[in-house]
Design a protein around this ligand. Structure first.
Ligand code: GDP
Ligand code: ZN
Length: 442
């Protein structure tokens, strides 16, 4: 039914080991063609010479590993060639595979898609494979692993089972009724549906925790020109990412760095200095973008130049809200002690590094508060959020339905919405979109 696919599974480029993966009914014969020998025992690594079957050209002394369907990642026959990671080795093997009949290069995400289509993974687990590969921090890894092990899928499948039972109850009521039943959902089923609608509402109302953890918490540094925003970003990033200049208005576009704060992913942005009267259109646009970024950020760091105290830049003061960390910079030049305790400022010097640890700890605490994973798994994608919202709306409609027949239809819709998240029902149209973002060999 499926063709046999192959791809380099490790990152391209020179490395000590490179793995080429082959999956499909022709995997075994492809291996035999490369080795010229009988197939090794499944799941036992064997060191073997590989040759181009057409030319006899020696390709590598490789460690080979074979899995027999259905006991493999994809559920098909799978062969892994652990090669020496030289470019010519990998190219030689890929070219040799291309000459074999019935084999073709895999599409992005095709291995994982086959694992899904063969029932090895549900869709949330397949998505988690991509997240695990993209994970850059400890918390991201934990979330991806938990989802890959099925935590999210199990939650949704459990909900779906409850709906199936509720539906059976409603349908039985319909069948046994002599005439049309008065009212909608029977009292016995009501609490089940209302309870689930409540659980879904709580699950949705999580501040976007799981999605945020995948993308990183957005922190924007704002302040007047020359307050030391770029210096602060560089100090926190421990490298020169943004241009530091004594000339005001140097940073005009947004500069982002990705940080790992105590295991949490953060996207820290430097923005153009706020100023009432911009010097030109370019600066004006920079200021517009700075305000926009500040408005969308999860947390703001408002930087003030301590040498101007007690005066504080009014445009920056204006942006302070409960999600703002106030920083008095350049405290190597000026004392900021005891000024404006109402703003709970952190006194730092981007130049000497004084106070930066305190600021980092504060931002880490914010990240932990917003991103820490709880005892139940969080939804991690807009796709999940949309389906759950639809599910909940259907449940609420079911509770209001004037006839049990209509309630039954709403519960069916709710159940289908849940089934689409895990991929249990009509998802054909979704698969291309979901797996398109995977890389080749995954
Ligand atoms: P921005 O416009 O807010 O991004 O400010 P910059 O980071 O470009 O800094 C403006 C000027 O202030 C530069 O000359 C920096 O070297 C200087 N500066 C920044 N932070 C400090 C600090 O903590 N102490 C001192 N003495 N100078 C600083
Ligand atoms: Zn700057």
């Amino acid at each position: 039914m499926f063709t046999t696919i192959y791809a380099l599974a490790t990152a391209p480029g020179r490395s000590s080991v490179a793995v080429v993966r082959i999956s499909g009914p022709g995997a075994g014969s492809a291996l035999a063609a490369l080795t010229g020998r009988p197939l090794p025992m499944p799941r036992r690594a064997v060191l073997t010479k590989l040759r181009n079957p057409k030319t006899g050209d020696a390709l590598d002394d490789a460690l080979i590993l074979r899995f027999v369907a259905p006991a493999s990642f994809t559920g098909e026959d799978v062969v892994e060639l652990h090669l020496h990671g030289g470019r010519a080795v990998v190219t030689g093997v890929i070219e040799a595979l291309a000459t074999l009949p019935g084999l073709r290069l895999a599409e992005p995400g095709e291995f994982t898609r086959r694992a899904f289509e063969n029932g090895k993974l549900d869709l949330t687990e397949a998505e988690a494979v991509a997240d695990l590969i993209d994970a850059e921090t400890t918390a991201q890894r934990r979330q991806a692993l938990r989802q890959m092990e099925g935590a999210l899928g199990k939650l949704y499948d459990g909900w779906r089972e409850r709906l199936t039972r509720a539906l059976a109850h409603i349908e039985a009521d319909i069948d046994f009724a002599e005439d049309d039943l008065p009212g909608g959902v029977a009292d016995a089923v009501r609490p089940v549906i209302a309870g689930l609608a409540g659980e879904i509402a709580a699950h949705l109302n999580d501040g976007g925790r799981g999605e945020r953890l995948r993308e990183g918490l957005h922190i924007a540094i704002v302040g007047a020109p020359n307050a030391g925003k770029s210096s602060l970003l560089n100090a926190l990033a421990r490298r020169d990412a943004a241009i530091v200049s004594a000339r005001a208005g140097t940073t005009r576009d947004i500069i982002e760095v990705h940080l790992d704060l105590g295991g949490y992913p953060v996207v820290l942005a430097d923005t153009a200095g706020l100023r009432e009267a911009a010097a030109d259109e370019v600066e004006e646009e920079g200021i517009r973008r700075a305000r926009d970024r500040a408005a969308r950020a999860d947390v703001k760091v408002a930087v003030f130049d301590a040498t101007t105290l007690p005066d504080l830049d009014p445009a920056t003061l204006d942006l302070i809200d409960r999600d703002t960390v106030v920083v008095f910079n350049k405290t190597d030049l000026a004392k900021a002690a005891d000024l404006r305790p109402d703003l709970s400022p952190i006194a730092v010097s981007a130049q000497t590094g004084a106070g930066l640890k305190l600021l980092e700890d504060k931002l880490t605490a914010y990240s932990a508060d917003r991103l820490a994973i709880g005892s139940t798994p969080s939804l991690t994608r807009a796709r999940h959020r949309e389906a759950l919202t639809e599910c909940r709306e259907s449940l609420l409609r079911a509770l209001e339905a004037p006839l049990p027949e209509l309630a039954a239809e709403d519960v069916r819709l709710a159940s289908r919405a849940l089934g689409r998240i895990t991929g249990r029902v009509d998802v054909e149209d979704l698969l291309d979109v979901i797996f398109r973002d995977f890389c080749i060999g995954k």
